[in-house]
Design a binder for this molecule. Structure first.
Ligand code: FAD
Length: 402
């Protein structure tokens, strides 16, 4: 006996859960399969290591699907300014939300806060089932649906199977969708730290010879550090004592916020650029990191995924309203056309930034410092960069427009 669904989403990360909420309350029956148990509570004084810079476009999606208040009620930090400078010269650029008449440029939110608020919201929808921990084992196509065998026994039938299972996506692999990309030969070291001085609700980023070092503001004097560097240095930074780490970090950051006085958990993550050649096949669609993984230097990865989720939900609901089969490739193509170009544009610009700031060549260093300082002065260029970073662009899904 198999359970019948319209949409089965594999992966209960931030993007999979956003998609599920975007379909909440509709006439579609939806299941989310997540391999790991899902945490919704943790010790009050703990701080999650993984955080994301969230754009206004993502905030609007979270608000439209009724999950933003749940995040605000837990913990978010709005940031109004961004300060970027180059260790290889005198280039500086500063962005201030006041210049574009906004109260903030974006928000820093712990990933676990985003996930738990989405999960909490999902409990309010009768048409969504969350299965965790749960994994698929195999699937086969039947005429008008896909038949998914579960690890512990049991079967689900669905019109559409969505891969929201991250960069190494087993669903994408099994579907035979190829990817293109390259490793950056960099790891991002993440750590939660406290500084002597206030972060001033500003995101700070210094471009060092081996990669960018960012301080993302959190509550009180806490910041989340994202330090992208050579894998060997990343391994050392994670293994060294707290005292050594705080000393090296303070120095690398030019003591902009005084000394680093506390450090919590540390971890490192390999960085790569990866893009799926197709976002859709018959009865299959890819969202989030399953479709694209990008360098975190501008904090855009999950924001692209949130827009994928909103766009796919809109496409699927429109097909359903027209009584079309939501899993047919011809209907899913609209989603692919919508998101692929925008994602590629963002990936390539982040890649270009990474290369530009990683170059040791003196003429390139001089040119980028001139560019930074020019951007510092020229308001139209800055406006464009700010709009880009805030997720303000044309052709947004309806959930991101209100
Ligand atoms: C160092 C670093 C910093 C970053 N900072 C930012 C930032 O500031 N802003 C931003 O926008 N982005 C940022 N990103 C990117 C962001 O973290 C990712 O884009 C985002 O996590 C992708 O979400 P996802 O839901 O697509 O995938 P994931 O977060 O990878 O979630 C996939 C889920 O699928 C589950 N899964 C996997 N396989 C199976 C299976 N077989 N069955 C069931 N479930 C399965 C996993 O357990 C997981 O829960 C950063 C990334 C890194 C590495």
């Amino acid at each position: 006996m198999s359970e019948q669904y319209d949409v089965v989403i594999v992966g209960g990360g931030m993007v999979g859960l956003t998609l599920a909420c975007s379909l909440g309350g509709s006439a579609l029956r939806v299941a989310v399969l997540e391999a790991k148990p899902m945490a919704t509570d943790w010790p009050e004084d703990s701080i999650g290591l993984r955080v994301s810079a969230i754009t206004h476009a993502s905030r609007k999606v979270f608000n439209s699907i009724g999950a933003w208040q749940g995040m605000v009620a837990q913990r978010i930090t709005a940031y109004g300014e961004m300060h970027v400078w180059d260790a290889g010269g005198d280039g500086v650029i500063h962005f201030d939300s006041a210049e574009v008449g906004e109260p903030s440029l974006g928000y820093i939110v712990e990933n676990r806060v985003i996930q738990s608020a989405l999960l909490q919201r999902l409990t309010e929808f009768e048409n969504i089932d969350v299965m965790a921990p749960a994994c698929w084992q195999q699937w086969h196509d039947e005429q008008d649906h896909i038949c998914i065998g579960l690890d512990g026994g049991g079967q689900l039938r669905s019109k559409l199977l969505v891969a929201a299972d991250g960069a190494s996506s087993p669903v994408r692999e099994r579907a035979g969708i190829m990817t293109k990309g390259w490793g950056y030969d960099q790891h991002a070291v993440m750590a939660i730290i406290k500084t002597e001085q206030s972060h001033q609700h500003t995101c700070w980023q210094r471009f060092l010879a081996h990669g960018p070092l960012a301080f993302l503001p959190m509550h009180d004097h806490y910041s989340c550090v994202v330090w992208s560097t050579a894998p060997e240095q990343a391994a050392e930074l994670v293994a060294m004592s707290d005292a050594q780490f705080m000393a090296q970090l303070g120095e690398a950051f030019e003591y902009k916020l005084g000394r680093v006085i506390e450090v919590h958990e540390r971890g490192r993550f390999p960085l790569r650029l990866q893009h799926a050649l197709d976002y859709a096949k018959q009865r299959i669609a890819l969202v989030g990191d399953a479709a694209h993984a990008i360098h975190p230097l501008a904090g855009q990865g999950v924001n692209l995924g949130v827009l994928d989720a909103a766009a796919l939900a809109e496409t699927v609901l429109a097909s359903h309203a027209m009584r079309r089969d939501i899993g047919l490739l011809q209907n899913l193509r609209r989603y692919e056309r919508w998101r692929k170009g925008q994602n590629i544009a963002m990936m390539l610009s982040m890649d270009a930034f990474k290369r530009l700031f990683g170059s040791p060549l003196e003429p390139v260093k001089r040119a980028r410092n001139r560019g930074l300082n020019a951007g510092h002065r020229l308001t139209p260029v800055k406006r464009l960069l700010m709009a880009y970073a805030m997720g303000d662009r044309s052709d947004l899904p309806k959930l991101a427009s209100s």
